[in-house]
Design a protein around this ligand. Sequence first.
Ligand SMILES: Nc1ncnc2c1ncn2[C@@H]1O[C@H](COP(=O)(O)OP(=O)(O)OP(=O)(O)O)[C@@H](O)[C@H]1O
Ligand SMILES: [Mg+2]
Length: 372
Amino acid sequence: MRLTFRGLGIFFALKVALNISRAIILKKSHHSLVLGGRLSEERPLEAKVYQTREFAKLLGISKTHLLRLENEGRVPPARRVQRGKVEHRFYTVDDIHLYRDRLDLPPLLDRKRVQLFLNFKGGTGKSSISSSYAYGLAELGLQVLAIDLDPQQHMTKCLGFDPSLDIMSLFEVLIEGENINQAIQPTTMPTLDLLPATLRLSIIESRLLNKDMREFLLKSAIDDIQKDYDVIIIDALPTISLLNKNAVIAAGDLLVPVLADYLSYDGLGLLFHELSRMEKNFSVHPEHERRGLFENIFIFVNQFKSNEIIARENLASLQRHYTDYLTTTKIPYNTKISQATAMGMPVLQYDPSCRGSKCIRQLINEVFGFER
Ligand SMILES: Nc1ncnc2c1ncn2[C@@H]1O[C@H](COP(=O)(O)OP(=O)(O)OP(=O)(O)O)[C@@H](O)[C@H]1O
Ligand SMILES: [Mg+2]
């Protein structure tokens, strides 16, 4: 998909939104995403389990249909756990593949995807939404790798990982030549792995400068592990940097979270300008010559406040000027998302049925064309 520009230089009505009401709730929650053996002790282990209706929906059938298949012995019976006098049925993420095989269902994806969450503007939701989005894909049974590029380690923290531990990041892989597999950490969600960020990434720029093929190092590292993952999700930094350029080259799809305010709109212009400059520079490479930098571009509005006139006006401007790229899904402003961030877990786990979680699932469906 080639980058086109419409409406650069057209401005929104100026609005400075002081967002001082972000609730940070630090009370303990029984929900928690957890990473294999490396999580902070305060967060209890809890792997994702599915209730009957949710699991049936994942398979694209009704609850009654699933129960019938189980009674007929065409699929294994649900797992069971006794709580008090009541026996509860449940399924795990491992069951998804087993049941899909038994029912002869086609794979969810026709090809592997590498998706980059990028916006040079800070605080638009790259880390919080990308980590929940990665978790949401893993919930579907897809094998997912989340890669954190940012030394702020927000994606790493949003996925419940303790960044103070002595672990590897892309620094060791891209600069010191370590095998990427050594840096990948499993999580207790069997279908979700994480390549965490560490503070060392803050000095990666100067070290990348001296490397041959310096913009292509991440792509080449990812090529080595692509076979192990259905989807790789990359959370970028809010900067124009060599590391981000590496991510642009490595990714097939671009996802841009944007706020419905003037500064975000202005930032979009800068982002597209920089990307089109890169596209020209790298058009000598056959893959990029063929399809441009990205196969797909999705801009989605985050933290949308539908009750604000200014937000609705800004949304209308985005719809006019970025028609080809703007998703119909909007993520609302939802305090559950900021609470989940404070708790170090994806909102999909913190509160699976809140509006924020529903919209992130809807975004996944729109991006992948899933009919669910
Ligand atoms: N839809 C939302 N509703 C409420 N809060 C949100 C929403 N999306 C993101 N936030 C909160 O906004 C803050 C900034 O989000 P986040 O860190 O994900 O942005 P970012 O783009 O990754 O920032 P940076 O550019 O610094 O990397 C976080 O506290 C996050 O919890
Ligand atoms: Mg971030």
